[in-house]
Write a protein that binds this ligand. Structure first.
Ligand SMILES: C[S@@+](CC[C@H](N)C(=O)[O-])C[C@H]1O[C@@H](n2cnc3c(N)ncnc32)[C@H](O)[C@@H]1O
Length: 336
């Protein structure tokens, strides 16, 4: 029996995904390598002047390459849980290979890794969350309804549960809940019912099968987006357990920084951005006592300064060139 882990770090009702992340164009532009988003903003806020920088989601290596090119005194540790992606990054980052180390790891293990390998002092950490173009554009990875392939969607291909497992084994109610929570799918119930009916005949194995079931299950609306967009997004988030541990990662990463060090996080989903915002607020607060307490009894102190009161968005000219950047939200803090 497969269960979907709860989002432990989120309080209150979920916000809806931004309409932009559901824009059809965002899934239409294939590219051989990931085009890094908001590079100038990342460099401005990371402000790499030298020393050790961690790229927690190295992906195609775009942000790492920009850091390397702009800062000859920096060394970079790049993490990614997708080891196939990491091999592509290795090629792209080859010009700087004496200053960069790439490791197939989950960023949620960053505090343990830093402790084990004595990564100190860390001057900056960047995390560019979500999925890369290489993952989306590779049919055999099964991330996209536009490409015919196995229903996989695992970023880490050694992990046990594929999208096919989830789609074939979750109960109807659980499936509907995943589609609602992670995709804001208004037809979640109908889609879940159609999936459960279809899988009675045979196991669902391909992206095409799922896309067709979803398309047939919901009314045709004059929407700009493919009917399966929300379903694929929701299932990807569930398969990769993308929201669990994010809050702890953000807090832990900020605490690893040397004084003056910067943490920059880019999100592509409103739920992720909300977690990052909450974690930054917690780090910036000097008291977490219940409001009714007459005097502060906690030992909390202000750990960071928030550098972005509101999240930064990509410029229009960037969105024009790289439509996949359109839902990016960047937030940054500086360690005190
Ligand atoms: C948007 S891409 C990063 C692109 C990269 N910044 C660049 O410029 O090429 C996100 C990457 O994060 C990786 N990723 C997602 N969740 C992860 C996790 N928990 N730990 C490590 N890497 C993760 C994905 O495999 C993907 O390669």
């Amino acid at each position: 029996m497969i269960t979907v882990a709860p989002i432990e770090t989120l309080a209150g009702p979920m916000r809806l995904p931004w309409p932009q992340e559901l824009d059809a164009r965002a899934d239409m532009e294939p590219g051989p390598i990931h085009c890094p988003v908001m590079v100038d903003e990342v460099l401005d806020h990371l402000s790499p002047g030298g020393g050790l920088i961690v790229d927690a989601t190295v992906g195609g290596g775009g942000h790492s390459a920009a850091i390397m090119a702009s800062c000859p005194d920096c060394t970079v540790i790049g993490l990614d849980r997708d080891t196939e992606t990491l091999e592509m990054a290795r090629t792209r980052l080859n010009p700087w290979n004496s200053r960069i180390q790439l490791i197939g790891e989950d960023y949620r293990r960053l505090p343990q890794l830093a402790f084990e390998h004595r990564w100190w002092p860390i001057r900056g950490i960047v995390a560019d969350l979500g999925v890369s173009s290489m993952q989306l554009d590779s049919a055999e990875r099964g991330f996209s309804f536009r490409r015919s392939g196995p229903l996989d969607m695992r970023m880490d291909r050694t992990s046990a549960r594929t999208a096919a497992d989830l789609v074939n084994e979750l109960g109807q109610g659980e499936l509907a809940s995943v589609l609602r929570r992670f995709g804001d799918e208004r037809y979640a119930g109908r889609i879940a019912r159609a999936i459960v009916t279809a899988r009675r005949d045979k196991r669902l194995r391909t992206t095409d099968q799922l896309a067709q079931i979803v398309s047939a299950a919901i009314p045709r609306a004059p929407e700009r987006i493919h009917p399966a967009t929300r379903t694929f997004q929701a299932i990807r988030i569930a398969v990769n357990d993308e929201l669990n541990g994010l809050y702890e990662f953000v807090v832990g990463a900020a605490r690893l920084l040397a004084p003056g060090g910067r943490l920059v996080i880019i999100t592509f989903h409103s739920l992720e951005d909300r977690v990052v915002k909450q974690a930054f607020r917690y780090l910036a607060s000097d008291c977490v006592c219940p409001p009714k307490l007459p005097r502060c009894a906690c030992s909390k102190f202000t750990e960071v300064e928030i550098l972005t009161k509101r999240p930064l968005r990509p410029r229009a000219d960037e969105v024009e060139v790289n439509p996949r950047s359109r839902s990016a939200h960047l937030r940054a803090v500086e360690r005190l």
